[in-house]
Design a protein around this ligand. Sequence first.
Ligand code: SAM
Length: 206
Amino acid sequence: MRVKFKPGAKAYLDNLHFHTHVDDFQLDRLKNIKSPLVLEIGLGKGDYLLAMAKAYPDYFFMGIELNASVLSVAAQKLANANLENILILTGDAKYLLPKLKKESLSYIILNHSDPWPKKRHEKRRLTHPSLIKKYYDLLKPGGELIFKTDNDDFAEYSYATLKEAPFSSLLFNRDYKGDAPFDAKTEYEVRFLLKDVKIKMITGKK
Ligand SMILES: C[S@@+](CC[C@H](N)C(=O)[O-])C[C@H]1O[C@@H](n2cnc3c(N)ncnc32)[C@H](O)[C@@H]1O
């Protein structure tokens, strides 16, 4: 997913009613939202969020993405779809998590997160134990963490870190066929499926 730096991306995003920067995000923004909440971290070009928000109009989807140029690509697709059940944020998820209410999320979604294979970068992995604990606290009882990846080592690492958290059920599918009830394909997933790479899926229920 190479997206060149887009000079107008920030200004474009700032004019959208369904976008905010993580620094400006306040919990009030979600005050009147009664729907089950879903958070996708690292939404990239937004294919998952778009498909899911269309398929599940009774859920509210939040997506956060570090890279404003990438997010502006997602934002254009989402704007064209005229959805009312979305909020996208520019920024690092680590600054959003402490702003959310404990036990407020029905799903946390990690789709093809960057694997950061070098040991010295382990802390940057979105399944680092310090983050898994935060995800667990933010999920409602019965809520679910859904993780998909194309990378074998990252899948095994993530399964190991998730096993340390007290999820009531943890499932690891090393050859996920895209048939889970609450799911949609992402840009990365499609790209890796075309190369015959197996998709790995881990789900953990609180
Ligand atoms: C490999 S891409 C996958 C994009 C998309 N989920 C997909 O499956 O096509 C990972 C994305 O996560 C974003 N990202 C990485 N760390 C993040 C963080 N801490 N907070 C928010 N986004 C992050 C990156 O900028 C990148 O766009």
